[in-house]
Design a protein. Structure first.
Length: 294
């Protein structure tokens, strides 16, 4: 059933992104399980790569059997991390349903997660990325830094596509730090465009959570009329009658999403899909509960 997220209705009215994120977090934290309140970093990533000098008795051999890599399982008190957010600002993020763009939904998701992480003592960092531009904010803790983080999310012009090269990221890598990477994107560029990014993250042992944001109409194509569709990145247009293409479209979409999921998933990489008609609070609650079970 298609429904309108209440908080996005508020966002559409022009309310401050930081205030809306804090309002969601204040209500969100009340209903969260105690185990989920340890912090975004500690909840998502309890492991770090084995480094020379570590006690080999701390190696998690079950994780080694799954990944063929050595990881140390840390205690809760050791697990404060940097939560590094990557927000896709390619042209396809301008996709809109009910007056809200995919990018607006993604910024609210990012702002809420960053607020939770900041309140619980984790450092947060931000990268806004397409193939033409890269805006970043280095990792830091504190309220003033969170305000700068949220300010950077505003007034963004989405264009181009996700970059195939990772040159823009290499200066920010630290193999000896504990980091969780959270990527907000539609992931409609194709698996191959993300391959170098994933391989780079694996080389430093960080965990990646892909948050795929898709529209209700994209997933269901329930529009009963002839429409003109445009590729936001190539600007190519085509006239279609939805009833004639729906079955083939859904087949191709589900095949692509399954291929994407298969290509992305690994012991340190996970994929979670959000629909733009779903309230951000509900989507993130499901996401965090899922992470708690993994």
């Amino acid at each position: 059933m298609k429904r309108e997220p209440e908080e996005l209705d508020v966002l559409r009215s022009g309310v401050n992104l930081g205030l809306l994120a804090k309002h969601i977090v204040d209500g969100f934290m009340i209903g969260m399980h105690k185990g989920t309140r340890r912090g975004i970093g500690s909840e998502f990533s309890q492991y770090r790569s084995y480094q020379p000098g570590d006690d080999i008795r701390q190696i998690d051999w079950k994780m080694f059997a799954r990944s063929d890599r050595y990881y140390i399982k840390e205690s809760e008190t050791e697990s404060s991390v940097t939560v590094r957010f990557f927000l896709d600002m390619s042209a396809s993020m301008k996709y809109e349903e009910n007056g809200i763009t995919r990018f607006q939904y993604a910024t609210l998701v990012t702002a809420v997660l960053a607020t939770i992480a900041s309140q619980q003592g984790d450092a947060v960092a931000l990268h806004l990325v397409n193939n033409e531009e890269h805006r970043s904010l280095s990792e830091k803790r504190g309220k003033a830094h969170l305000n700068r983080f949220i300010h950077l999310l505003e007034n963004v012009n989405c264009k181009g596509h996700w970059p195939e090269s990772t040159d823009w990221l290499t200066d920010n890598l630290n193999a000896y730090s504990r980091e969780l990477w959270i990527v907000c994107s539609d992931l409609l560029d194709g698996e191959q465009r993300w391959e170098t990014f994933i391989q780079l993250s694996k080389s430093v042992g960080h965990e990646i959570q892909f948050l795929q944001i898709l529209g209700y109409d994209e997933l269901h194509l329930e529009i009963e009329e002839a429409v003109t569709v445009e590729d936001p990145e190539s600007h190519a247009t085509k006239n279609i009658r939805t009833s004639a293409v729906r079955e083939k479209y859904l087949q191709n979409l589900h095949a692509y999403l399954e291929e994407l999921k298969t290509g992305l998933l690994s012991p340190r990489t996970n994929l979670f899909t959000m629909q733009m008609n779903q309230p951000v609070r509900d989507a993130l609650f499901e996401f965090l509960k899922l992470r708690e079970r993994l």
